[in-house]
Structure formats: C-alpha cells, structure tokens
Design a protein around this ligand. Structure first.
Ligand code: AHR
Length: 552
C-alpha cells in the first residue's frame, strides 16, 4: 500500500501542515466530492425502525465515547491549560469551565500526548520543576516551541479532575524501549523503584492508574514511516516492557492502520500468533488491542473542504463518508476474527472525526476548525456504527477535544470564552449508551437510498441500547431539506414512559459562537405520538434525536 495519505504525510510533516490525506480506499474516493449522482429522494412515506427491546446483545463499551488531546495548536495550551496565573478560573492551571463541561459528558478516557506528537515526545522533559524543563520544537504542528510546562503530572492531574481514565501514548518513532518502560514504571509503581522514587521527588506519592497505553502512533507515517512488518516486531518488543506494576493492568494498544489498510491489521494480528491465548493465565500477550484511524473530509488532502461554507452535495458527501466507517469497522473486524475468533483483542478507533480546511486566518499547522450541525450528524452516524460493532470495538477517540479538528469545545483566542459545539451535544445526548447492551435495530425506508459518489446512503441512521430498565434510541435524519416521519416498532417489552430530545437548527451550516452559543443546542422533542406499533415521531430536516423509553 502506498496511499495518498502516507505520501502526503511525509511531505506535509516537513511543512508543518502535517497529517494524512484522504485514503487509498476505493470509496469514498480521495477526490473532491462530485456530489450526489441522483438528487436525494424525498421521503416517500414514514420510515419504520424496528427495535427488539428484549434482545440486548454486546455491551457498548463506554470507552467508544473517548477523547483525544494532543500538543497541537490550542488544544493543550489555551484549551485545557492556561497556567496558574491566568485570569480564567483554573485549578493548578487547568481551566475549570472546560473541566466542568467535560465532566458533564462523563468522558470515559482521554488520550495524550499525541498523535504525531507522541513519537517525538520524551516524557522526562515534562517532569520536574517547570522552569527547568527543556524546550523542544513541535515540528509536526506549526513548528512552534513547546516548553513542556504541561507534562505527565499535569496530564494525570487533568485526568483526575475530569474523573476519567488515562490513555497514555508512548513514543516508538524516536524513543527507546527503556524510555517507554520507565514511563509506565514512573506512572504506576508504588514501591521504592527508581522511577517511583523520581515521581515522589517530583511531588506525587501515590501511583496513578493507567489502564491504556499506546505503542507509538501511525507508524506507517509520522510515527516512523515503517512497513507493517517492521512495526509489528517493534510493537511486540516495546509492549513487552510496558509492564503491569503494582496491580495496574494495562491494555497495550498497537499503532494500527488507517482507512482500508487491512494488510496492516492482518500483520499485527499475525504477529500476536500463539500469544493470543496467554492473556488469561500468565504473562500478558504483547499487546491487547490494535488501533485504526479514519477521518471524514469531502475533498482531497490539499483542499478538504470548508467547515461552514459547503454545498448541499458536500453535506451528503460528508455524511456518506462518515457512514463508510461501518464498512471499515466490518472489514478490519473480519480480518481480526480470522486470528482471534473469540474477540480477545480489541479494535481501537483512536482517531476519528471531520478534518476540514482550517478557519481562514488561523495557523494552518493548528488545525482549528468550526463545527456545524453537519459535524453533529457525522458524529451520530459514527456512534450508530460503533454500537453495531460493539463486540469488537473496545474504544474510540474523537479528534480532538478542544480547539482542534472536530472539537467538543472551542475557546475564543482573545477572551477565552468557551463554546460548546454541536458535536458536544451529540456526545451528551448519547451518554445513556455508555456500557449499555446494544439492541437489534432494523430500518426500513419507503424510498431508495440516496446515491452519493457512487455509494448508497440511506437517509435515516439509527441505533439503540438498553440499560437499567430503560432503552435509548438514536435517530439521525440525514435529509438536508425534508422532515421525516418515523414509526418506532417497539417489540419485546412494554414501554411505560418516553421522552425525547432533538438537535436541529435553521441551516445545515449552523454553528455556535460566543455571540450565539446556543444556535445549535438540544431541545425537547415534542413530536412523539403513540402509534399502534409503539410510537411515531416527526424529525425535522437535518436533525439528530434521542428517545428514552422506560420499560416495564
Ligand atoms: O489528529 C491530528 C493528527 O492526525 C494526529 O496527530 C495524527 O495521528 C493524525 O495524522
């Protein structure tokens, strides 16, 4: 595989515009979206969504609602960390408002410090007295000088303030085995080992818990430009020394493929060989999960499309490309099934989301983009796919949490004012799916699917789950201009009460700003009616809705 993405990465990294371009996969193509081949059909009647409320299946890991914070642009600095001297309310330099907003989402994990940055990060530069920490150049992202003022202690402080779990990403590309080995010892060891002692000297007595550890990142590109075979050997080697110390059980995540590169996944699975069977009783297998990255964009790498200024065709193109994640998860899972039929190894989509052109006038290396109702539906489509693949998908991390790519939170560079994006609201509306049992959902549409760039896009997406005597149904009306009546055919349990929320707006490009922070915000869904089969609901055009059912 020589993908556009890999080629463009190596060129782009040197120009500080780093990162991957659209994939090599046949669909969706890397070319600018040509748009819909046929106009999207108007709904020809009610859609039917059948939900078997008594058929709870695989548990949807709450970790598929995970997050990602890289030393990139204004994500860590300004986004999370403003320093103790900031006028913005903060706790040890960490923004209180950002913490509060993310606590409300119950974010299950946070990946750090990268991304591409992880493979040039040397963790010892980020511990000890701040004024003594060495500086480095963040060559991937804007070519800026990183002063290492946000390091391991600050990150673990953030994790504790958020009440979340740490996903620390180690350095394979330019780091040593010893460095990685010492980092996990520093983080998690409780006795008087050399690294535990160093941690204490730096002010932290108790070890932290680190459940997830990444063995490099994008080793096919910014993480070292390796072949799958070369990386697979290194993944085994480095993972071996990421030990379980003091009762801390680490899930080691090998740096995986992007897009449709199933060869990469296959090589990693093959590299596990017989070690797959050693997890339960004895030494852990070298790694317990493999990752995958997939970004949604409507143009080629050089011109990915505007976040806010898009045509109706680009609306559908983005949603079609988002829905492609379902096929990608199926393809990578199928490869994994061949080597691991009992699903002991997790698939971790630790980077996903929209990647648009940066906002005009902002640093091209900082990846700052606006976030519209379209981004919200890209997210809801991904979540429906995540729920369908709950049996294999261990974790997913949207890129990235604050001020970078498909963010939950944007902060104003002048005033610091915080805005919650439409994507944030989808995470909030879906919180009930965390650790719930996925329910079988069948969508029947009276009209043919739209044809977008040669692929079929049904204009309604849905999923459901059940937990604690209730069920949560997610519905996305992907039609840009037409509302949609949906009959919910509810089987297998009695529904005693229902309530709903809807995310819709004046236009598909609607977004939130400090001046209009609630242009896109959830409101009560008042169009739910009883129906002979269960319920009937009216969804506005271009909208996302959740319906909670109390079950007898
Ligand atoms: O999320 C931005 C970048 O995208 C990450 O650093 C890298 O892993 C990917 O190419």
């Amino acid at each position: 595989m020589t993908s556009n993405r890999r080629r463009s990465l190596s060129t782009a990294l040197t120009s500080a515009l780093a990162a991957p371009a659209a994939s090599e996969v046949p669909a969706p193509s890397a070319a600018r979206a040509s748009g819909t081949a046929t106009p999207p059909p108007a709904p020809a009647g009610p859609a039917q969504v059948t939900v078997d409320l008594d058929q709870g299946g695989d548990t949807i890991s709450r970790h598929v609602y995970g997050h990602f914070a890289e030393h990139l642009g204004r994500c860590i600095y300004e986004g999370f960390f403003v320093g103790e001297d900031s006028e913005l309310p903060n706790t040890r330099g960490i923004r209180d408002d950002v913490v509060a907003a993310l606590r409300a989402l119950q974010i299950p994990n946070l990946r750090w410090p990268g991304g591409c940055f992880a493979d040039e990060y040397h963790w010892k530069d980020g511990v000890g007295p701040r004024e003594e920490r060495p500086r480095m150049v963040n060559s991937h992202w804007g070519d800026v000088v990183e002063d290492n003022s946000f390091g391991t202690h600050e990150f673990m402080d953030l994790v504790e303030l958020l009440g979340t779990e740490a996903y620390v990403n180690g350095n394979v590309g330019s780091g040593t085995v010893q460095e990685m080995s010492e980092w996990i010892e520093y983080l998690t060891r409780s006795d008087d080992s050399p690294m535990a002692a160093l941690r204490r000297r730096n002010g932290r007595d108790e070890p932290w818990t680190v459940p997830f550890f990444g063995i490099g990142n994008e080793a096919w590109g910014c993480g070292g430009n390796m072949s799958a075979e070369a990386y697979a050997d290194l993944a085994r080697q480095y993972s071996t020394y990421v030990r379980n110390h003091a009762g801390n059980e680490v899930t080691r995540i090998a740096a995986g493929a992007h897009d449709g590169d199933t060869h990469w996944t296959e090589v990693l699975m093959r590299a596990l060989g017989e070690d797959l069977g050693r997890r339960a009783d004895g030494d852990p297998a070298p790694f317990q999960a493999v990752s995958l990255h997939y970004y949604t964009m409507t143009g080629p790498w050089e011109d990915k499309g505007s976040a806010t200024d898009f045509t109706e065709d680009e609306w559908y193109a983005a949603l079609s490309r988002a829905s492609y994640i379902d096929e990608l998860l199926a393809r990578h899972s199928t490869v994994m099934d061949r080597y691991d039929p009992y699903r002991k190894v997790g698939l971790v989509l630790d980077e996903w989301g929209t990647w648009w052109n940066v906002e005009p006038g902002t640093n091209p290396g900082f990846l700052y983009q606006q976030n519209t109702l379209r981004d919200a539906l890209v997210a809801s489509i991904h979540f429906d796919a995540f729920h369908r693949h709950a049996g294999r998908l261990l974790m997913a991390n949207i890129a990235q949490t604050v001020n970078v790519l498909q963010a939950m939170i944007l902060t104003d560079p002048e005033t610091g004012a915080l805005v919650l994006t439409p994507t944030y609201h989808v995470f909030a509306m879906n919180a009930g799916h965390h650790d719930a049992a996925a329910l079988p959902v069948h969508v029947t549409l009276p009209e043919a699917a739209a044809s977008v760039d040669g692929r079929e896009l049904p204009l309604l997406s849905a999923s459901a789950s059940t937990k604690d005597g209730s069920a949560l149904i997610s519905l996305s009306n992907l039609h840009a201009t037409e509302s949609r009546t949906v009959v919910l055919d509810l089987r297998g349990a009695e529904v005693t009460a229902h309530r709903g929320q809807v995310l819709a707006a004046e236009s598909t490009a609607a977004h939130n700003t400090p001046a209009a922070p609630d242009a896109v915000a959830p409101r009560e869904l008042t169009t739910i009616r009883p129906h002979a089969r269960g319920l009937e609901v009216e969804l506005p055009a271009a909208s996302y809705a959740t319906i909670t059912l109390d079950l007898a």
